[in-house]
Each structure stands twice: as C-alpha cells, then as structure tokens.
Design a protein around this ligand. Structure first.
Ligand code: HEM
Ligand SMILES: *[C@@H]1O[C@H](CO)[C@@H](O)[C@H](O)[C@H]1NC(C)=O
Length: 530
C-alpha cells in the first residue's frame, strides 16, 4: 500500500530519480513495516492487558487481605495537633487503622500493645523507612542513618554509631555533661533572676554536649555555628514547600525558595562537618580515639576491603554526625523546657523535688553530686522525667516506618511496603492503660507496679540512638538546675502547656521565658563543689 500512488510517474529529473529510490525502498518495506506495526500494537495490547491484570490481581489480593479499618477523609494533615487527632480516631476505629495522610495511605498504631507487636516482636518486618523525596534530598547519597532504609549496610552504620556513643558513655560522657551543666548554671547565676529564653539556653547547652562528644570542641563560636545550622536545617526541612515535594515530586523542577534555602543550609552543614572530618583525619593517631568522630573514622577504615554487604564510607561518618546534631540537640532541649514549664504549673512537685535534691546533694549533704548510676537515690526526679516524657514525648509520631515484607498486627494484614506511623503520644494518653492520662502526676511512677512504662524513644530496631545520652543529660541538668535555682515565671505569666500548633516532627513548645533565681544557701558555695 505504501507508495502505491507514486507508481508509474516519470523519472526524468533528478528529483524524480530520488523519489524513485525512496519508492523502491518503500516497495521493499511494506511487508516488514506492516508486520512491525502489528507487532507494536499487539505488544501494546498485551502490556495493557498485563497491567490491568496486575491491577485487578492487586485489588483482589488486597480484598482477600484483612486490612485495618479505613478512616475516611484526606485532610487529616491539616489538624493542628495531629497526635491527639489520631488518638481521637481510635474511639471509633480502634487502636489500629488506615488513613490517608497527604497522598499516602498509612497505617497508624495508637497503643503500646500494637506498637510493641510491630517494633519488637516483628521488628524486621517494620524496620524500613519510606524513601520519599524530602528524605533523599537531605540524605547525601543514601548515607543517612535516621532516614536510611533497612539494609545490612544500614545495620552496620547504626551499630558503629551506637558503639561510639556507648564507648563515650562508659568513659567521658558523664563528666563532660556535668562540666558543661556547671558552666551553664554559672552563666544563669550571673543573670541573677532576669527572664531568659530558656529554650534557647538549653539548646546551646545540648549543642555544646554534642560538639564535645563528637569532635571534642566546645568553643562558643563552634557551638553557636552548629546550633544555628541545625535550627536552619530543621526549619527549612519542615517547611510546607519541602513537604509538598513528597506529594508532587516534579515540583522540584520549578523555582522553589524553600528548596533553595534548604540547599543553602545543607551546604553550610556539609562544609562545617567536612572541616571537622578533615581536622580529625590530619591529627588522628591510629588505635587511639579522642571523641566519637575518631572512633567512627577508624571503624570505617578497619572494615575497608572486607567482603560483604558493601562498604561503610567516610560519608557515613559525615551523616552520622549530622544525625547526632539533628536528633540530639533540640529534642533534649525541648524536653528540658517542657519539664520547667510543668514544674512552674506544679509548685508543690517542685518543692518536693528540691527537698529531695537538698537531702541528697544540698549544702548539708555529704556529697554535692549524685552519680548517674546512683540515680535511684533521686526517685522523684526520675519519676518527674518519666512523666514529662510520657505527656510530651518530643518526637510524638516517631519517624515513619515502612514494612520490609508482608506482615500483620493484631490479626490485620499489613502488606509489604506499607508506611506505618507509631503514635507514641497517643499510646501515652491511652485511658485504657493510664489513670487520668492528661494529668501531670509524677507520683504515678512512684507507686509500686507503676504504669506500663513509656515509649518516648520508640523501641526495636529503630529505637532512638541517643536514648542513653538523652537520659543522662535530662538527669544531670535537671538535678543541678533545680538544686541551684528557684523557678519563677516572668511577671507572673505561666507558660502554655499546649504544644505549638502544626509542630511537625518535634513537639515544640510555644516560646516562653523563665527567671532562674539562685537559691540562697547554694549561691556562694559554688567553689566547694569541686
Ligand atoms: C528526649 C530526647 C529524645 C527523644 C524523646 C528521642 C526520641 C526519638 C524517637 C521517638 C525516634 C524514632 C524512633 C522510631 O522511628 O521508631 C528517635 C530516633 C533517633 N534519635 Fe532520638 N530522641 C531523643 C534524643 C536523641 C539524642 C540525644 C540523639 C543523639 C545523640 C538522638 C538520635 C536519634 C537518631 C540517630 C535516631 C534515628 C534512629 C534510627 O532511625 O534507627 N535522639 N529518637
Ligand atoms: C525510673 O522510673 C522508671 C519508671 O517508673 C522505672 O522503670 C525505673 O526503674 C526508674 N529508675 C531508677 C534508676 O530508679
């Protein structure tokens, strides 16, 4: 059929010649061209059929599965207090349900029982992380720890970072935290009860702890630079313009000031961490380590050239350090701030705490410090910390998990690749488990057979890496600060106990100020504590 119309035309001119050649080609072609066209159509048809079959099969499989109940609606993201909203839904749907968050279907777990079944009993099944664009953006070649998916290489990464932290816990961590807290108290004493933005002061303190532990540098300039950088990163990353990219990925090809700011913050981050890495590599003595970075670098070098699941690289050390700052500064600082806020609202608890502290480490006590291992000597302080972590777990929805293979929770099927959210705060406010769950009552943890324990740090394979450090810091800082200072609200205004609406990953406090009034007997006796 092709070219048939041109047959038998004159062939005198150059152009006619050319046409004829083309025509011959066409004449030879029709069979094969025709065939390929048919083949193409058949192929397309087959593909469409296959895709349809797969879709139907998938639907059918899902139908055959016993999935958790589906909550209607798709605007849950817009709730100002998402953890409490998710908890409210359990009234109607039970502790485990499915719902649409953004454009994603997720399974939400709202009770200690379901969370522990997933994260502890079936930990391998639930150890993954969703690989979404906003994660990839900040993870630098997939070398991040907190956002990385569950792989053998990730396991090695977490193990190395955890060993570094535990080694430091066994050697210098406690004295570093005590020393920095003492310096903090001296600074506060100098302010002599003028109102301070306590969240900022606490975040400087926790940032100096991480700076000291990771690269042994607690110079004010370094600490300030890392704190500012951490805050910028978290603020730009939590911004809606970045979160939008997870919903509509191709938006990244359009001008996006939020993305530009995030990239700037990451550049600063990588320059600062890179500089510390360079300094460490230059001065490192093999077999010895001064801080966590030394330890991790040597851990990476030691396994170089070994066969197996892939290689830990210096980039992994780089990203572990980033995670220590992102995960380990604001979280602890915010928890400390929540504690002061609750104590301002409950002066009777504060008074009992100070009596306990005066008894164990006050002017009349034989020592001026209680070592962390003897913390049982301060039971009310321990109970207060536990109660604050219960009411305001600073990462209230943990980080999203993803199933690595088909699994189940309390009889419901959970297919592979499902995003799973653990509502830690919801589990802490479960009235099936806790008496008057919304009340601040540290005494509940002093009673024998106290409550079921809280989950503020998550559990299982993805448990918070910094839990031992966070617990040590909370204990040491609160013991020293509450022993040395009376807490007073500025101009009589108490801070709000409601979290900042639309908090994002961390349960933020609304800004507040507090006056730290040096307590009489201790104030001049600072020197005697050494
Ligand atoms: C009061 C303080 C803290 C609380 C309440 C807290 C809580 C959490 C929670 C709930 C998770 C997510 C668990 C999950 O996905 O199931 C987490 C992960 C993590 N936290 Fe913390 N955290 C705190 C302090 C710290 C500190 C001090 C550090 C570092 C020194 C840290 C480093 C990390 C890291 C690296 C992860 C990711 C672990 C992983 O993906 O396997 N956190 N934290
Ligand atoms: C602190 O309190 C928690 C919660 O009641 C308890 O499980 C833990 O054993 C206590 N720790 C110490 C050292 O007393």
């Amino acid at each position: 059929m092709w070219g048939k119309g041109a047959q038998g035309k004159g062939q005198g001119s150059h152009i006619a010649n050319w046409i004829a050649t083309a025509q011959e080609l066409y004449e030879a072609a029709p069979g094969s061209l025709h065939m390929s066209l048919v083949m193409l159509l058949l192929g397309l048809l087959l593909l469409t059929l296959l895709a349809a079959a797969r879709l139907l099969w998938g639907q059918w499989m899902l139908r055959a599965l016993h999935l958790p109940p589906l909550v209607p609606g798709f605007l849950h993201m817009l709730q100002p207090n998402l953890p409490l909203h998710l908890l409210d839904l359990t009234q109607k749907f039970g502790p485990i349900y499915r719902l649409r968050l953004g454009l994603q279907d997720v399974v939400v777990l709202n009770s200690k029982r379901t969370i522990e079944e997933a994260m502890i009993k079936k930990w391998v099944d639930f150890a993954g992380r969703p690989q979404i664009l906003s994660y990839k953006l900040v993870s630098q070649a997939d070398q991040d720890l907190s956002l990385g998916d569950y792989t053998p290489l990730w396991k090695a990464h977490k193990k190395l970072t955890r060993s570094a932290l535990l080694l430091s816990l066994r050697s210098s961590m406690e004295s570093i935290v005590e020393q920095l807290t003492q310096e903090f108290c001296e600074r506060m004493r100098a302010l002599a009860g003028t109102p301070v933005d306590i969240q900022k002061e606490f975040s400087m303190l926790t940032c100096s702890v991480i700076c000291s532990l990771t690269f042994g540098d607690k110079e004010d300039a370094t600490v300030c630079a890392f704190r500012d950088c951490t805050r910028d990163l978290m603020k730009t990353w939590d911004h809606w313009s970045i979160q939008m990219l997870d919903i509509v990925p191709f938006l990244r090809f359009f001008p996006n000031p939020g993305l530009w700011r995030l990239k700037q913050a990451m550049e600063i981050r990588d320059r600062m961490v890179g500089e510390q890495l360079r300094r460490h590599k230059e001065s490192l003595v093999p077999g010895r380590w001064r801080d966590m970075m030394d330890y991790m670098l040597q851990g990476v070098w030691k396994q170089r050239g070994k066969e197996g699941f892939g290689q830990l690289l210096e980039g992994h050390v780089h990203m572990a350090v980033v995670d220590l700052f992102i995960g380990g500064t604001e979280t602890t600082a915010i928890t400390l701030s929540w504690t002061l806020a609750f104590l301002l609202h409950h002066p009777e608890i504060l008074q009992r705490l100070q009596e306990e502290l005066d008894r164990e480490l006050g002017p009349q006590a034989s020592e001026s410090r209680v070592p962390y291992k003897d913390r049982a000597r301060l039971p009310l302080l321990n109970a207060t910390i536990t109660e604050v972590l219960r009411l305001r777990p600073v990462v209230p929805l943990a980080l999203p998990h993803r199933t690595t293979r088909p699994s189940s929770i309390s009889g419901y099927d959970i297919p592979e690749g499902t995003v799973v959210i653990a509502n830690l705060q919801g589990a802490h406010l479960d009235d099936m488990v806790w008496e008057e769950p919304h009340e601040f009552r540290p005494d509940r943890f002093l009673e024998p057979g106290a409550g079921p324990g809280q989950l503020a740090f998550g559990c299982g394979a993805r448990v918070c890496l910094g839990e031992p450090l966070a617990r040590l810091e909370l204990f040491v800082v609160l013991a020293q600060v509450l022993r040395d200072f009376a807490l007073l609200p500025p101009a009589g205004a108490l801070p709000s106990l409601q979290p900042e609406p639309y908090s994002g990953v961390n349960l933020l406090m609304q800004p507040f100020q507090v006056r730290l009034q040096p307590r009489g007997a201790r104030a001049p006796g600072l020197g005697e504590r050494q």
